[in-house]
Design a protein around this ligand. Structure first.
Ligand SMILES: Cc1cc2nc3c(=O)[nH]c(=O)nc-3n(C[C@H](O)[C@H](O)[C@H](O)COP(=O)(O)OP(=O)(O)OC[C@H]3O[C@@H](n4cnc5c(N)ncnc54)[C@H](O)[C@@H]3O)c2cc1C
Length: 243
């Protein structure tokens, strides 16, 4: 079923990513980690559908936020990040997904691992944890090209400063900030062992990002002793050629 959402706010997260806030009077509510499909239809009837994770907390009634990273040659993401204006109507289907979700009843340690815009559904989990006053201990390992590409940076900083049970670690693949302790690089076994929950604590792990990123990290987590059944993954696409 397609619903119509009205764009009520736009916020640039970085030079290439924009958060769109939509108001949907008939929104049934969602769980952190779910996504929506967005359908754009041209005047000639041609339509394109893309999936976007919901960024907003689970209890955000009637309002849904998505954050879209612009791909230079993309069909839909340039439109959503550059053309959409407040007052526009967008067609949405969802919420979708029942496995890659975090519910506030979960009390076990949570390990979040994001690659690029893969942070979006994980941010919904972090926001849901905060808004529902959950005490589940969360760790986030967030891989980005460079500091300027980090989404929600200020909010992540204040959430982790306000609550020691939310620990955030960054890894940069291309350019590191001055005096950063690690050279640019990808997530590896050392980083997993230095920054993620010990497997013995039985964390539920959520990995989201490009397909090769997700597969690599899932493999590293399994090799470090994490139970496969506790590793949940969401793939944003097969972007082997992109870094
Ligand atoms: C469940 C799910 C949730 C998603 N959530 C988000 C989200 O929260 N935010 C977000 O920005 N995107 C998200 N995506 C990706 C999104 O659906 C689109 O694939 C993306 O916006 C590109 O669409 P496009 O029409 O601009 O590019 P297209 O015209 O579809 O593709 C253009 C080129 O970019 C490549 N490409 C496609 N997708 C990506 C990508 N994600 N990264 C790098 N290269 C890509 C294609 O292979 C192609 O070469 C999600 C995907 C899925 C499956």
């Amino acid at each position: 079923m397609w619903r119509v959402g009205i764009v009520v706010a736009l916020h640039d997260e970085t030079s290439t990513a924009r958060t769109i806030t939509l108001e949907l009077p008939d929104w049934p509510g969602h769980v952190a980690g779910q996504h929506v499909d967005v359908r754009l239809t041209a005047p000639d009837g041609y339509s394109a559908v893309r999936s976007y994770s919901i960024a907003s907390a689970a209890n955000s009634e009637r309002r849904v936020q998505i954050t879209v990273e612009r791909l230079p040659n993309g069909e839909v993401s340039p439109y959503l990040t550059q053309e959409v204006v407040v007052g526009d109507r967008l067609e949405l289907r969802g919420p979708i997904g029942g496995w890659f979700v975090w519910r506030s009843q979960q009390t076990e340690p949570v390990q979040l691992i994001a690659g690029g815009s893969g942070i979006v559904p994980l941010m919904a989990m972090i926001r849901s944890r905060a808004s529902m006053s959950s005490t589940a201990p969360f760790r986030l390992l967030y891989s980005a090209r460079e500091a300027g590409a980090i989404l929600y940076r200020d909010e992540l900083r204040s959430l982790s400063a306000a609550d020691q049970s939310v620990v955030v670690n960054y890894v940069y693949t291309r350019i590191v900030p001055k005096d950063w302790p690690r050279p640019p690089g990808r997530i590896d076994a050392t980083l997993i062992s230095d920054t993620t929950w010990p497997a013995g604590l039985g964390p539920t792990c959520y990995i989201c990002g490009p397909t090769p990123f997700v597969e690599n990290v899932a493999n590293l987590l399994t090799c470090s002793g994490n139970d496969r059944d506790k590793i949940r993954t969401e793939r944003f696409g097969s972007m082997g050629e992109r870094k």
